[in-house]
Design a protein around this ligand. Structure first.
Ligand SMILES: [Zn+2]
Length: 132
């Protein structure tokens, strides 16, 4: 069974839209929905991927010049790592959100059963006893 993940299910966007999202991606200000669509596009569109690489390099170069940070200045693997990190973080957030939704649904069902039991509409305790 090969289920599509959140990124693969995201709605396709145009190169124009992807181009507009690039500053947001680099600043980390995209919403999850935007980030998913952006990562999806970058994966399939070499043109925009190259554009991102350029923007990424400019951004990192400016940052480097401003901070004079020591360390490796090999940007290509840095961008690959950045994309991998963003992908993993996005999918992790989605998973957590699904888990939270499941917990809420279970809580609501339990609360509803409790109310039915307390009001005498449906005595779940009596019902359960009858099963044993
Ligand atoms: Zn594109």
């Amino acid at each position: 069974m090969s289920r599509k993940n959140y990124i693969e299910r995201s709605k396709p966007i145009s190169c124009e839209e992807a181009r507009q999202m690039m500053p947001g991606y680099l600043k980390g200000t995209l919403t999850d929905r935007e980030l998913a669509a952006f990562l999806h596009h970058i994966r399939d569109c070499t043109h925009c991927a190259e554009e991102l690489e350029t923007d990424f390099m400019i951004e990192k170069t400016i940052h480097y010049l401003n901070t004079n940070e020591e360390g490796s200045f090999n940007l290509r693997p840095l961008l690959q790592q950045d994309i991998r990190d963003n992908t993993a973080a996005l999918l992790r957030r989605r998973k957590m959100r699904r888990f939270r939704t499941a917990i809420i649904i279970i809580t609501v069902i339990l609360a509803a059963l409790l109310i039915l039991d307390l009001t005498g509409i449906f005595r779940i305790t009596v019902f359960l006893e009858s099963l044993m």
